[in-house]
Structure formats: structure tokens, C-alpha cells
Design a protein around this ligand. Structure first.
Ligand SMILES: Cc1ncc(COP(=O)(O)O)c(C=O)c1O
Length: 396
């Protein structure tokens, strides 16, 4: 008999366990099927049991799983080259999670600052940001609940309101600033996007002041928004980009990518990892990127995302008109439906109805379905979720 008695109770788990998955569908231990509108929180971009991913992992596991970074790992070189080609970035450090990638980026920004004599280097971060749960990344995160209980926080972060370029401009006289760190679309923050033009202005400010522009693409990256990376929506190249989640399709892979002034900041011994970039993780990353290209998933993410937003807007039109549905937003398959009230209950209502969704910030239904979702499955998602939201809003 299994029991949660020996698990640390940090997660508020729903009363369901999954036995298997196929495409966008999961089956629980009782045989009930669920439409996966969340993809393991933006991880399973290829859906579940994608044949090419499974084949690549089986093959790599049978050949070599881990050797450590004491040795050359050709699979890292291959994945780094592929990422560089998709992103226009130059150098890659492989880690194992989003928090770990961001931790690396924060270290890199401090080292970059130090090279210019900034001995107390600071990083500008945003309100409502989410960068992870390690000490440095939770300190960079703009959410009191994540930070509560963990004082003293890591210092060296200056917080400004999201989307407020002037607040960043006002920091130009602070000689210790060495970087600006942000998400182009805040996922945990409630699917909030930078307004058009803001990223370009921040890019310019970083150039003018020799600051690094560090973009956390842990949730937005790897085709989620219909571009390889969300910053490409605005044609801006960062100096540092972090990835995780969708990169390994469920095998833990994180990455810090650098370009231009940020290249070569990490010297031998400045950073490291035991697991990061092992052959199995790299096989997962390579298979993921190959499938995204082969199946044209950038285009599919755009198309299905637009269809889901339009479908929900049609179904929920009367509720949008009277303000009970405040907004349907997002890019590609990163979708938020903001209601005028706390709707956390929708998660369990959806579960009962065979649909996996998430609610952030209490009022925002968040959808992050697999990138492989088909027309029929998108329509099914709209029908199930639209009906649930209608019923939820009518009952209250
Ligand atoms: C933007 C962003 N950064 C960092 C993280 C942390 O990633 P991980 O949970 O892999 O440490 C997340 C996780 O939700 C995220 O959305």
C-alpha cells in the first residue's frame, strides 16, 4: 500500500494519480481519461508517450545515461548548436531545472558586474515575477507567498513594476546595476504580457548602460508561444536566456544561454553541475527540438492557441460583455482566462469533468496544452472548459 505519510507535504495534490498517457490524453489509475490542458505545467510539449521521444530515450538509455562533465559530452555540443541556431544565442550551459538555470544566470550577472568593478552588483527584477524556489531565485521572485518564512533573502535585487520602462530608466544612476531580468509573458504571474514595444525599449536601456538583458523563458520558451522563444515576438535578442520545462519534454533539462557581452563571463570553475547536460537529458532535448521542427509545432501552437482563444471568446461572449469574464489573453498555447472572482474551485470541477487546467492568482484559468494538440482536441478543450466556466459563473 502506498501512502503520502513519508512525503513532505509541500504540494496541495489533487486526488488523482495517472497511470499512462497518450498524446494530449492521460488515463488515471481507475481507467478514467482526461484531456490534458496543462502538459505538466508547460513541460510535455510533445504530449505523452511521443514515439520519437520514447525511441530516442530508450536508445540513449541503452547506450549511455551519465558520465559527468569531467569528460566531453558530444550530445551537449549537438543540442547547444541546435539551440544556438533556433535562438541566435551563442553559448550554452546545461542545468537541470528552471530555478537552477536562473540561479546560473544570476551568478553570471554578478560576475559580469564585477568585471566592471561593480562589487555589489544588482539585478533589476519585476513585480509578479516568478523565477524559482532556490534562495536566489525566490528572492528574485515578486511574490510574498514564495518568499515568506525564508528571510534573510538574497540581496542585490531591485524590483520595479512589470511593464514600467520609466521605473527602469530611473535606475540609470545606480552604478551597481548590472542586469535586468524578466519574463516576456509572466506565467505564474497570471499570463501577463509585456506591452508592445516595451522589450525593445528595455533592450535599448540595457545597451545604453552596459547591463545584461536576461530573459527567463523557462515557461514561455521552446515553441510555447508559437515562436521558438517569446522574445522573438518582438525581434529582440537577449544577452542571457534561461530555459527548462519544455526543453526536455519531462526529462529534467535546464539551460543558460548567452550572447554578445555575456559570452565567456563564466570561466573554468565559476559554475558547474553533476547531472547537467548528461547524455540522456540531451537526447530528450534533441528529440524535442527535432519533433517541433518535423511536425511544424511552432505553427500549430500559434494556430491552436488562436483557435482556443477565439472559441472561448465566442462561448463566453455574454460573460465578457457583463465583465464576469475580464479577459482572454496570452500567445500561442499559453492562455489565460481572467474572471472577476476567485475561481480556484474550477480546477476540481474540471478534474471531475475529465479536464486538466490550472488557476493562478486565484482568478486566472491557465491553459498550457501540449503543442501537438489537434483541431478536434482544441475544440473539445473549448467545449469542456467553456461549459464549465459558464456553469460556474451562472451558479454564483
Ligand atoms: C518563468 C519561470 N521561471 C522559473 C521557474 C522555475 O522552474 P523549476 O520549477 O523548473 O525550477 C518557473 C516554474 O514555473 C517559471 O515559470
Amino acid at each position: 500500500m502506498s501512502s503520502v505519510a513519508h512525503l513532505m507535504p509541500v504540494f496541495n495534490r489533487l486526488p488523482v494519480a495517472f497511470a499512462s498517457g497518450q498524446g494530449v490524453w492521460l488515463t488515471d489509475t481507475n481507467g478514467k481519461r482526461y484531456l490534458d490542458g496543462l502538459a505538466g505545467i508547460a513541460v510535455n510539449g510533445l504530449g505523452h508517450s511521443h514515439p520519437e521521444l520514447v525511441r530516442a530515450l530508450q536508445q540513449q538509455a541503452a547506450q549511455l545515461i551519465h558520465v559527468s562533465n569531467l569528460y566531453q559530452v558530444p550530445e551537449q555540443e549537438l543540442l547547444a548548436a541546435k539551440l544556438a541556431r533556433c535562438s541566435g544565442m551563442s553559448e550554452v550551459f546545461f542545468a537541470n531545472s528552471g530555478a537552477e538555470a536562473n540561479e546560473g544566470a544570476i551568478k553570471l550577472a554578478r560576475l559580469f558586474g564585477l568585471q566592471q568593478g561593480k562589487t555589489q552588483a544588482k539585478i533589476v527584477v519585476m513585480s509578479d515575477a516568478f523565477h524559482g524556489r532556490t534562495m536566489a531565485t525566490l528572492s528574485a521572485t515578486g511574490n510574498d507567498k514564495v518568499q515568506k518564512g525564508f528571510a534573510p533573502l538574497v540581496t542585490g535585487f531591485v524590483r520595479v513594476p512589470f511593464n514600467d520602462v520609466q521605473a527602469i530608466r530611473d535606475l540609470q544612476n545606480d552604478a551597481q546595476i548590472s542586469a535586468v531580468m524578466l519574463e516576456v509573458i509572466q506565467g505564474e504571474g497570471g499570463i501577463l504580457s509585456l506591452s508592445a514595444g516595451v522589450l525593445s525599449q528595455i533592450r535599448q536601456l540595457c545597451d545604453d548602460n552596459n547591463w545584461l538583458l536576461m530573459i527567463d523563458e523557462v515557461q514561455t520558451g521552446v515553441a510555447r508561444t508559437g515562436q521558438w522563444f517569446a522574445h522573438q515576438l518582438e525581434g529582440v535578442t537577449p544577452d542571457v536566456m534561461t530555459l527548462a520545462k519544455g526543453l526536455g519534454s519531462g526529462v529534467p533539462v535546464g539551460a543558460v544561454l548567452t550572447h554578445g557581452r555575456a559570452n565567456g563571463v563564466f570561466h573554468v570553475g565559476a559554475h558547474g553541475t553533476t547531472f547537467g547536460g548528461n547524455p540522456l537529458a540531451m537526447a530528450a532535448g534533441l528529440a524535442t527540438l527535432r519533433a517541433i521542427e518535423a511536425e511544424n509545432l511552432l505553427h500549430n501552437a500559434q494556430r491552436q492557441g488562436d483557435a482556443i482563444r477565439a472559441g472561448l471568446a465566442a462561448v463566453l461572449q455574454p460573460f465578457m460583455a457583463d465583465g464576469r469574464v475580464r479577459e482572454i489573453r496570452g500567445r500561442g498555447l499559453m492562455i489565460g482566462v481572467e474572471l472577476d472572482r476567485n475561481c480556484t474551485e474550477l480546477v476540481t470541477l474540471a478534474l471531475d469533468a475529465g479536464l486538466l487546467i490550472n488557476v493562478t492568482h486565484e482568478t486566472v484559468v491557465r491553459l498550457l496544452p501540449p503543442l501537438i494538440i489537434s483541431d478536434a482536441e482544441s475544440a473539445e478543450l473549448v467545449e469542456r472548459l467553456g461549459g464549465l466556466i459558464q456553469k460556474f459563473l451562472q451558479a454564483r
